[in-house]
Design a binder for this molecule. Structure first.
Ligand SMILES: Cc1cc2nc3c(=O)[nH]c(=O)nc-3n(C[C@H](O)[C@H](O)[C@H](O)COP(=O)(O)OP(=O)(O)OC[C@H]3O[C@@H](n4cnc5c(N)ncnc54)[C@H](O)[C@@H]3O)c2cc1C
Length: 407
């Protein structure tokens, strides 16, 4: 069979690998000039710059199927977080089950009450239970409602869960489904959030490396899909027995009426000759009305992210504007925690992604053939079919390819 795959993000790459490993041929059409979609890394002034701050969770089941972990050489963050308060103090919240040396900090940190710390351990069990048997846990509510019902105090939600998970979901009010929360909590609790030695884009490069490069067409934006053919901007037509749509482009299927909402993300990358701290932790901001959501010193986690003698700091902010005054605002907030050395920080790059994650008030972790088939020969992939994660994108690509191969 011959496949046309639309979109060269992780979902399209997973579909291409699946069909080609099963002896089928394909043409992959990508509108941009590179593969990887939302998971790419560029080299700028000697820095590895991911296209928006993101991490990989090695316990992703689909990732284990597709990636060769050994050659990715993951560099892990430490578990927990660095909580940055409005008064200029900061504090670590660790993971007592996995890293006993953090027990002291975790039990006595100002983040939550002693009861909350115990609830954290219970939550870990609950998240595990949910992943083993999704029907055993009621996830019909938002993450915020779930945490409140679980008994966490307002301060714990405000000082830990909102700052941490708003940066994961790009959702400051935690309206995201509690199913997605439990799925990710379990992954965070059971594996260390990591980045590959050569940057997040290496995930995409690895999937692309096994594919026949002559079958990948760049600057090929698909404009319309018919039964067994697709038309690309400029007029070329490609014919295939099956078409897999792995691009978040609903208008191609006349699904505009479904109109999915997307959440945006904005990361500003700075270079500094001194590191603001030496921790391999995501810094989350527990301060109302802060422009900053999270701060990570990427070069602490993976020294190859910055040239020697330099450091790289990734700051994720709320809002889509970037100007001199926002740069100053970021720096003046950061000075509270890291002092005047922040004055030397220089902007290296900014990444604003409008369609960063699909809205996740409803998510799923599997779909059947009927849910992905659109007409006789067209199959839908992409993270929005399942959930906004690397795992969701890979699985949606694989399932769409498997269903198409069965027909
Ligand atoms: C800043 C950021 C942080 C994130 N953080 C994490 C994280 O920490 N952990 C995690 O697991 N996930 C994270 N994610 C989510 C994860 O990156 C995505 O879920 C996943 O990469 C989506 O892959 P995809 O292939 O479905 O879509 P995309 O990567 O969007 O790929 C779609 C491709 O289709 C192409 N395309 C679009 N329209 C057309 C057309 N008409 N014709 C041809 N090609 C077309 C696009 O150019 C693109 O290459 C994050 C995402 C962002 C943006």
């Amino acid at each position: 069979m011959h496949f046309i795959i639309i979109g060269g993000g992780l979902s399209g790459l997973a579909a291409a690998n699946t069909v080609s490993q099963n002896g089928h041929t394909f043409q992959l059409l990508e509108k941009g000039t590179a593969l990887g979609g939302r998971v790419q890394t560029s080299k700028i002034n000697g820095h590895l710059i991911d296209h928006g701050f993101q991490v990989y969770l090695p316990h992703y089941e689909e990732g284990k199927r597709f990636f060769d972990y050994t050659s990715l050489e993951f560099k892990p963050f430490d578990p927990g977080a660095l909580v940055l308060y409005g008064n200029g103090n900061y504090d670590t919240i660790g993971d007592p089950l996995r890293k006993p040396s953090t027990v002291f900090n975790t039990l006595f940190s100002k983040v939550g009450s002693f009861g909350d710390k115990q609830r954290l351990l219970k939550l870990r069990k609950k998240a595990y239970k949910y992943c083993q048997n999704p029907d055993s846990v009621d996830t019909s509510m938002s993450t915020y409602e779930f945490l409140t019902k679980f008994g966490f105090k307002k301060e714990m939600i405000a000082n830990f869960f909102i700052p941490f998970f708003s940066g994961v979901f790009f959702d400051p009010t935690l309206d995201t489904s509690s199913a997605m929360f439990l799925f990710l909590y379990n992954k965070f609790a059971s594996s260390l959030a990591s980045v590959p030695a050569k940057g997040m884009g290496e995930l995409s490069n690895q999937l692309a490396a096994g594919l026949p490069q002559e079958n990948i067409h760049f600057q090929s934006e698909v404009k319309s899909i018919a039964k067994k053919s697709v038309q690309v901007a400029g007029g070329s037509n490609y014919l295939g027995d099956k078409i897999i749509l792995a691009a978040p482009d609903e208008k191609l299927l006349n699904e505009a009426a479904i109109k999915r909402q997307w959440r945006s993300s904005h990361t500003i990358y700075f270079e500094s000759s001194t590191s603001p701290h030496n921790k391999k932790l995501v810094g989350i901001v527990a301060k109302k009305n802060s422009i900053i959501n999270n701060i990570s010193v990427m070069s602490n986690v993976n020294s190859s992210y910055a040239p020697s003698q330099k450091h790289q700091i990734a700051v994720s902010i709320f809002g889509s504007e970037f100007s001199q005054s926002i740069e100053q605002q970021i720096k003046s907030e950061c000075k509270r925690w890291f002092g005047n050395t922040v004055d030397q920080w220089e902007v290296i790059d900014k990444r604003l992604i409008h369609q960063a994650l699909p809205d996740q008030q409803q998510v799923s972790f599997h779909f059947d053939k009927a849910a992905c088939k659109r007409g006789d020969n067209i199959y839908r992939a992409g993270d929005a079919m399942l959930n906004g994660s690397i795992d969701g994108a890979l699985k949606a690509g694989r399932l769409a390819a498997e269903y198409a191969m069965q027909d």
